[in-house]
Design a protein around this ligand. Structure first.
Ligand code: 5GP
Ligand code: ZN
Length: 136
């Protein structure tokens, strides 16, 4: 299994760093985010090191998403969550700070202070340009 000796999440996988684990399967571990954005904010990571969304193998990504859904389903009953955000950041510009792929599973409450991070725009003709650029 690919591992990076300098990666803090690989160290959590190896048991070399402590974590409040809440779920585990063959491919993933889930644990509490040490600086939560809301009550119950968790992270799901693949056991195998992959830097980010662009690098992770599709089957590893699928395993992470399955684990994230498993956790999300527990959040209303266990925590009283009224909704959940799944968030992944890919690249420093997109706020990634730990370069071992992870999915944030963030329970949401009517009282929380989390806000939409973008201002919805009017795409104009650039919508067509972007669509054309992105078609494979
Ligand atoms: P990113 O900013 O890369 O999307 O998310 C990294 C997340 O990892 C942050 O929310 C941060 O609080 C969390 N984090 C960083 N170091 C540790 C750690 O040692 N243990 C745990 N449990 N979470 C960590
Ligand atoms: Zn790693």
């Amino acid at each position: 299994m690919a591992s990076d000796p300098d990666c803090i999440f690989c160290k959590i996988v190896a048991g070399e760093l402590p974590a409040r684990k809440i779920d585990e399967d063959d491919r993933t571990i889930s644990f509490m985010d040490i600086n939560p954005g809301s009550h119950g904010h968790a992270l799901v990571i693949p056991k195998e090191h992959a830097r980010d969304l662009l690098e992770i193998a599709p089957d590893e990504l699928a395993a992470v998403v399955h684990a994230a859904q498993r956790l999300a389903k527990r959040m209303p009953g266990a925590l009283g969550a009224e909704g959940v955000n799944l968030i992944n950041s890919c690249g420093s510009i997109a706020w990634q700070t730990v370069f071992h792929f992870h999915m944030h599973v963030i329970p949401r409450y009517s009282y929380d202070t989390i806000r939409l991070p973008w201002t919805p725009g009017d795409g104009g003709e650039r919508l067509d340009q972007a669509a054309e650029a992105l078609r494979a």
